[in-house]
Design a protein around this ligand. Structure first.
Ligand SMILES: [Zn+2]
Length: 404
């Protein structure tokens, strides 16, 4: 009996030692995540850029993992940047044109999906978004606002100006209200010089020249930064002991591909690649930063025809897009595709978010919360009972309808 026990014990100890080796998974939680989105950047855009510019690409040559993201939206096999951005920001698929809103709740009455940028703030990290698009563009908006139509520019700009993000930089937009942003603690920037002068811990809203940021070198006379200059400065401002989340968008790959402008799209992609190198240089020094590069969809249906990468259409396609990883050996499997919404879910895990995707209260619960707050402040003295009612209601609304 004693012998049987000791054999059993030995086997158990052996198993305990072996099992972790067999299924060794990198359960590391990263302080910092940099998610880089080449808008419209399909697999063949990389080939086109190399052909047009006579270059190699850092993201291809040096990456740790390379797979694919399957792009579609809830409503269509071909996604736009709003639903594509929502999948990448929130881990949920929604209807085209919806910006971080559920397909079944377009008016955001009941609940909204929490974005990675918002979740980062809640986790105590700093959080920012930079883009070569205007700041109200569908991709940056998908991380920083909630609305049922990407064209609701005033709604998006207002939500952003009232937000607690640490930085939000991109092309200038008419609906942006500098006074409102300043009221909410943002320093408003319009030049590279102002950007360079920022100190760590500051909160800033960039309104730069839309035609400058995508270039490999800023055109002569320009006072605005390029995407890689923004990337470098943003990282230095966000870096802190509690970690950060940064989304970087190279928007012009899509813009030029809609017009089949190969030379311009290739330059925009090269500048995006420079930004990736900037981010990865930081990540390698830091040792606790995950860098993920992907696209929301492919634009232009680029195909190899007679030895030349050529556009075959002016719209988006449903093609899989590159999914490239620096700083992890298990976020994805080399050569394998995952769904676009899965990208955000896996990043959420790597940030140590215990629940993601997750909902936040929509307009009705928020309205209800405000009423309860007033009641609790004015009549009830203590807040415990209204707080309990509120928590129950918010939970009810958030879980009422199954998530797509
Ligand atoms: Zn597009």
């Amino acid at each position: 009996m004693k012998k049987t026990l000791s054999v059993l014990l030995a086997v158990l100890i052996l198993c305990a030692g072996l099992v972790p080796c067999v299924s060794a998974k990198d359960t590391k939680v990263y302080d910092n995540v940099i998610l880089m989105i080449g808008d419209g950047m399909g697999q063949n855009h990389l080939a086109l850029a190399k052909q047009e510019r006579g270059i190699t690409l850092f993201m291809e040559e040096e990456c740790d993992l390379r797979g694919y993201s399957e792009t579609r939206s809830f409503s269509s096999a071909v996604t736009d940047s709003a639903a594509g951005g929502t999948a990448l920001s929130s881990g949920v698929r929604t209807t085209n044109r919806y910006v971080a809103s559920y397909w079944y709740d377009p008016l955001d009455w009941f609940s909204v999906p929490r974005t990675l940028a918002e979740a980062a703030k809640r986790s105590g990290r700093r959080s920012g978004v930079i883009t070569t698009d205007t700041t109200d563009g569908a991709t940056p908006a998908s991380f920083t606002a909630h609305t049922s139509d990407r064209g609701n520019s005033t709604d998006i700009s207002t939500q952003q100006a009232k937000s607690d993000f640490d930085l939000l930089w991109g092309g200038a937009v008419k609906t942006f209200d500098p006074a409102l942003a300043a009221e909410n603690g943002f320093t408003v920037l319009t030049t590279k010089r102002e950007m360079d002068a920022l100190q760590t811990g500051s909160k800033s809203f960039g309104q730069f020249d839309y035609d400058t940021m995508w270039h490999v070198d800023a055109p002569e006379g320009s006072t605005s930064p390029t995407l890689s200059e923004m990337t470098e400065k943003a990282i230095s401002l966000l870096d802190n002991e509690n970690g950060f989340f940064l989304m970087v968008e190279g928007a012009h790959i899509d813009k030029f591909s809609h017009n089949n402008k190969a030379a311009e799209a290739a330059e925009a992609l090269e500048e995006f690649d420079h930004s990736i190198e900037t981010a990865v240089n930081f990540a390698r020094k830091d040792g606790n930063t995950l860098v993920v590069i992907t696209a929301d969809h492919e634009t232009g249906g680029i195909t190899l025809i007679d030895g030349k990468y050529t556009y075959t259409k002016t719209g988006h396609t449903g093609a899989d897009v590159p999914l490239i990883v620096f700083g992890s050996n298990d976020l994805i499997e080399n050569g394998k595709p995952i769904q676009n919404r899965e990208v955000a879910r896996r990043i959420g895990q790597k940030m140590g978010l215990d629940k993601f995707p997750v909902s936040d209260p929509g307009k009705i619960p928020t309205f209800y919360q405000n009423i309860l707050h007033i009641v609790s402040e004015s009549n009830w003295g203590g807040r415990s009972i209204p707080k309990a009612i509120w928590d129950l209601t918010a939970d009810l609304f958030a879980n009422l309808i199954p998530k797509k």
